[in-house]
Ligand binder design. Structure first.
Ligand SMILES: CC(C)(COP(=O)(O)OP(=O)(O)OC[C@H]1O[C@@H](n2cnc3c(N)ncnc32)[C@H](O)[C@@H]1OP(=O)(O)O)[C@@H](O)C(=O)NCCC(=O)NCCS
Length: 182
């Protein structure tokens, strides 16, 4: 190879630098991968490659977002939250700091992860695990301490108070099993 010719290792694609639009705020410790598009968001934590964050989305210090993710307007990713790859979160959802969201999860708008056992004192914060491929409908509330199993579906407006087994569909308040994916 000539000295002035650069070649990428086989199979690797070059990503363009992330585009920063509309007055984003980027904290001093923020880490952001290439290939993304940031519009009016606040990033203090870690964001992977090829992510799209809309206006008012906030990745707090100590929060981790994977690759190929989308955060809609005003989504909050709180300190300590871990989100995998290929995750879509629609506008105004709040992902609390004790959440672990696995790959390929889809979260509708206005979903709340209520991790404090007692919302008043907030002294005990419970973990919430959302396994791979789960779909959570708009306006659902996920109460602290639950695990939603791989491939499960949570209906719009559900209040999930118990563990949801993999592949099942749960709806209502409190959420109940209404079906399973084949
Ligand atoms: C949960 C969901 C996937 C179920 O879809 P489905 O498997 O096609 O189920 P059906 O529409 O056949 O409904 C089955 C039963 O559950 C009830 N049901 C469906 N969704 C419900 C919900 N979200 N809450 C309460 N009950 C619900 C239906 O009324 C029906 O009851 P019935 O048997 O007494 O008539 C769907 O209704 C839903 O809530 N999707 C989320 C949409 C959404 O929020 N998208 C994100 C946008 S940002």
């Amino acid at each position: 190879m000539k000295d002035n010719v650069f070649s990428f290792p086989k199979g690797e694609l070059q990503l363009l630098p992330t585009i920063w639009a509309e007055n984003c705020v980027r904290g001093p410790k923020a880490i952001v991968g290439d290939g993304g598009m940031m519009t009016g968001c606040i990033i203090e934590g870690t964001v992977g490659q090829r992510c799209l964050l809309w206006r008012g989305a906030h990745v707090m210090y100590g929060a981790n977002l994977g690759d190929n993710c989308m955060l809609g307007a005003n989504v909050l990713l709180n300190t300590g939250a871990i989100v995998g790859n290929n995750v879509r979160v629609q506008q105004c959802s709040a992902i609390s700091g004790t959440c672990v969201i696995h790959d390929n999860v889809s979260i509708g708008s206005c979903v709340n992860f209520c991790n404090a056992k007692d919302g008043k004192t907030r002294t005990v914060l419970l973990p919430i695990v959302v396994e791979e491929g789960v779909s959570i409908g708009a306006g659902a509330n996920i109460i602290g301490g639950v695990t939603i199993g791989a491939g499960a579906t949570i209906g719009a407006g559900a209040v999930v108070t118990k563990d949801v087994p993999a592949g099942e569909t749960w709806v209502g308040n409190p959420a109940r099993h209404i079906g399973s994916r084949l």
